[in-house]
Design a protein around this ligand. Structure first.
Ligand code: KG4
Ligand code: ZN
Length: 363
């Protein structure tokens, strides 16, 4: 251990992230100052399979983890003396992938005699908006994580005190985007492609359903929207289940029709997110007497053009501040892991070398 204690506001943490298909490492100081942020994406390795193949992902993490960590330290100009703790995203995710990051973090923490901090990937997404930001959110806040595996709402008293108040009952919104892209023949990863095509389309061309669930629910559902899009593209099936036969498929559609379907899908998907955000803000006031001051959004889908626009409109309507990650921090990265870990280190919340990886999420 270091002889001198770091200045509490100035701790520097090396973060590692390997939960899915990005191998990432970053050094962050004081929770928000990103000194380096290295991401090696595996997108091309998985593209031909239309989704992430777990075995390919863990092998690729093994090959990349050393160079990625070394590069993050080099860019930050940091060695063991400058690092106060090693953090790692240790849940949820693909277990074989998580294990690579956790083993690397443990090895470094042990070799350098530094504390290790396990970070929940979903909660880290909520911290991404605070990276390189001059305006930290005020609390209480409502947090929304929208990613490929999660769509969850949080009541946040502080960055470290969060309570999950809603989640998807079926597909995550990013997953729905990826499936929509498959249905429309746009390939993987789907979200950015559907978003780009939606810019050119007519959002009212097809009336796709906005899921509301019951009037008080803060949960989400995206499987109905996905099925409605499937039927809009292929027509109503004859027969059921695997025997179902469709009238047509995406190859029968013109480019303008695909643009319209993307725009209509995006309108319905984002409307469902905004509806629940607004409902959560109202419920906190009515049920808890809590005046929410900020909206914080994170996760891959927070890169979405329409969501960013609509969330700003909601914040303006309600007189709240909106905190969105810079585009580089929307997708999986290790800066959010390191940044959140700085706050935990300052609060004395550290783990030890018994830290384990867990595929299951808490939120
Ligand atoms: O947070 P993330 O990088 O990984 C997970 O933790 O899942 O999120 C990836 C998800 C994918 O489903 C991807 O299609 C979606 O984020 N995504 C988007 C956009 N960019 C990425 N979805 C909608 N619009 C986008 N611009
Ligand atoms: Zn993520």
């Amino acid at each position: 251990m270091r002889a001198t204690k770091p200045n509490r506001g100035d701790v520097a943490v090396l973060g590692i992230e390997t939960s899915c298909d990005e191998t990432a490492a970053a050094v962050v100081r004081g929770g928000g100052t990103v000194l380096s942020n290295v991401v090696a994406t595996q997108e091309q390795l998985h593209e031909e399979y239309g989704g992430v193949v777990p075995e390919i992902a863990s092998r690729a993490h093994l090959e990349r983890i050393h160079p990625v960590v070394r590069r993050a330290l080099e860019v930050a100009g940091a060695g063991p003396d400058e690092i106060d703790a090693v953090a790692v995203g240790h849940r949820p995710g693909l277990i074989g992938s998580l294990l690579v990051g956790v083993a690397a973090a443990k090895a470094l923490a042990w070799a350098w005699s530094k504390p290790i901090i396990g970070v929940d990937h979903i909660i880290a997404h909520l911290h991404a908006a605070s990276l390189d930001s001059l305006h930290p959110p005020e609390f209480p806040a409502i947090g929304l994580v929208v990613s490929g595996g999660h769509t969850s709402l949080f009541a946040m008293r502080s960055p470290l005190e969060v309570e999950c108040i809603g989640r998807t009952i079926d597909d995550a919104v990013g997953e729905a985007y990826d499936k929509a892209a498959m249905i429309l023949g746009l390939g993987y990863p789907g979200g950015p492609r559907v978003d780009a095509r939606a810019q050119r389309g007519d959002e009212r061309a097809i009336d796709l359903p906005v899921s509301r669930l019951d009037p008080h629910s803060l949960d989400f559902s995206f499987s109905g929207l996905k099925t409605a899009l499937l039927y809009a593209v292929r027509g109503t099936p004859t027969g059921r289940g695997r025997g179902a036969a469709f009238e047509r498929d995406a190859s029968d559609l013109g480019e303008a029709q695909i643009d319209d379907l993307c725009a209509s899908f995006q309108r319905a998907a984002v409307a469902a997110l905004i509806l629940k955000l607004e409902r959560a803000i109202e419920q906190r006031r009515e049920d808890q007497g809590e005046n929410v001051r900020a909206i914080i959004i994170g996760g891959g889908v927070s890169a979405n053009t329409r969501l960013r626009f609509e969330a700003q409109a909601l914040a303006d309507r309600r007189g709240l501040t909106l905190h969105l990650p810079a585009l580089t921090y929307c997708l999986d990265n290790a800066a959010m892991i390191a940044g959140f870990a700085c706050l935990r280190l300052q609060a004395g919340q550290v783990d030890d070398l018994t830290l384990s990886a867990s595929p299951a999420g808490m939120y």
